[in-house]
Design a protein around this ligand. Sequence first.
Ligand code: GTP
Length: 249
Amino acid sequence: MTTATAEKQMPKTMPYKRVLLKMSGEVLMGEKEFGLDSNTVNRVARDIKQVADMGIEVCVSVGAGNIFRGVSGAAEGMDRTQADYMGMLGIVINALALQSALEALKVETRVMSAIPMSAICEPYIRRKAMRHMEKGRVVIFAAGTGNPYFTSDTTAALRASEMNCNAILKGTKVDGVYTADPKKDPSAKRFDSISYMDVLTKDLRVMDATAISLARENNIPIVIFNVREEGNFARVMKGEGTFTTVTSK
Ligand code: GTP
């Protein structure tokens, strides 16, 4: 089903028309110690296609922890700005891998880089990115904000704000935000929803403080869900399964 035809069939209850999916680079390495695991990248691509086929406009922001792990020895003792630029290049690698996997599934995709590298992908231009999304293309943001000292979480909140996204879907290895680490504390409870302020004051580490503040300022809900389970992204978009929503309430 094409995204254009799917849009007409979108259930009226679907709360989100346009979302940004944020994943750490580690998600893409699967069980490996670093780098990319092709089965995992393909699975993530299938998950994105499933949501795009529901008529939801999807853009993606990914980290680079999987690439950076492989070079962290070399990066030790390095200037922070230099290491951050290496991280931004790592994001480009992840973005290109994801683009290939999506295109193999016939999902139209555009990679847009904050650092222009026109031989490889398009430069990030907000209005152009908007047009791509309106046409049902999955836009993958690469190279962070193009600046050191900004995390991939902050990039996600920034791009989601610029794209007028209805939500940030933060894909992690847990199915929401808990009162304590559920692996260490069996009595830990998952929040169905929690406020931006509580996340900040309780230091719950959902995303870094800059990202939370940006989402809060622009009133964009953050949905924390387990991205490692196939089909979960679509499930959460339908309001099914378990997840935590961070909002102003
Ligand atoms: P429309 O304007 O809606 O037609 O968008 P489009 O992206 O299909 O058109 P465009 O002619 O801009 O791009 C055609 C192809 O070239 C797409 O795959 C783009 O991703 C790619 N492309 C566009 N600009 C650049 C660039 O600066 N660098 C690289 N490497 N590819 C680009």
